[in-house]
Write a protein that binds this ligand. Structure first.
Ligand SMILES: [Zn+2]
Length: 279
């Protein structure tokens, strides 16, 4: 059975899109930087600041898709937006939200935590690796640069061994997401926390799934990406709770001073999906 939509080739494509392989990403960053320098007057200024590279610019780069489903379902992330990517290090608004949240609300950058990072994002991984005390395990279905190849439906770990788990933009790719949630719950220690970001259809009353939609071109039209199998609704946290988590949608970007959220160009529509395992 395919764990992820689209089978083996699908997951490779999926991860290249969602979490590009590190070497692809480095090339992308270099190309972005060259382009920014060549057109520097367009980016000069201090309206926006990137917390990854620490640089300030008058403009960030636009990013995102223009498919009608993003408007129709009011999908929280991934739709076309101005000023999304840092023109120097190519961080996204998603990356910046997580970095600021983790710095502000957790001790992941200072303490000797045991952390599992599934489908690790380039920028966040580099930031986390600066904490030399972290026992940091990266895992992915197919990406070559991770420490453990894993199937999220049967994680290759003993129960309750991680203090924290990060698995962003993974569950919307997984057909049997409830089993994946149960597995993530199993390997988290009691008292531990996890973050599982997903796109959410803000116009939806509940999660939209249709198992008859299997062709990549149809999935793109219906779910917003060729390898997504659903659009979560406001009941996403309920599904996480069914797996045992104490789950909440933390409106972190909206809790910040609006000037700070604007300076780091955060997406005010994206909540942080925080899960805790009862102690
Ligand atoms: Zn940057």
């Amino acid at each position: 059975m395919d764990t992820f939509a689209g089978g083996t080739s699908g997951i490779k494509g999926a991860l290249k899109r969602a979490i590009p392989a590190a070497h692809h990403f480095r090339l992308r960053i270099l190309a972005t930087r060259a382009r920014t320098l060549a057109r520097f007057p367009a980016y000069r200024g201090d309206r926006f600041e990137c917390p990854f590279c620490g640089r300030r610019f008058g403009a960030f780069l636009p990013d995102g898709l223009t498919l009608p489903v993003f408007r129709d379902k009011d999908i929280s992330v991934g739709g076309y937006t101005e000023h999304v990517r840092c023109p120097w290090c190519y961080s996204s608004d998603r990356d910046r939200l997580l970095l600021l949240y983790l710095r502000d609300r957790t001790r992941i950058f200072s303490e000797a935590l045991s952390v599992l990072h599934v489908a690790p994002e380039f920028h966040l991984t580099r930031a986390l690796r600066r904490n030399a005390r972290l026992r940091y395990v990266t895992g992915d279905f197919s990406a070559p640069s991770v420490s453990v190849r894993l199937n999220i439906l049967a994680l290759p770990f003993r129960p309750a061994i991680f203090d924290a788990i990060i698995a962003n933009h993974v569950l919307e790719h997984v057909v049997d997401d409830r089993t994946a949630m149960t597995e993530l719950f199993r390997v988290l220690r009691p008292g531990g926390w996890a973050i599982f970001q997903v796109p959410v259809g803000l116009a939806l009353d509940r999660t939209f799934e249709d198992p008859s939609v299997t062709l990549p071109v149809e999935r793109e039209r219906v779910f917003g990406q060729f390898d997504h199998v659903r659009i979560y609704g406001p009941d996403y946290v309920d599904r996480l709770r069914e797996a045992g988590f104490q789950a909440e949608a933390v409106p972190y970007a909206r809790q910040l001073d609006p000037a700070v959220a604007a300076r780091f160009r955060l997406n005010l529509r994206e909540d942080v999906f925080l899960c805790k395992k009862p102690a």
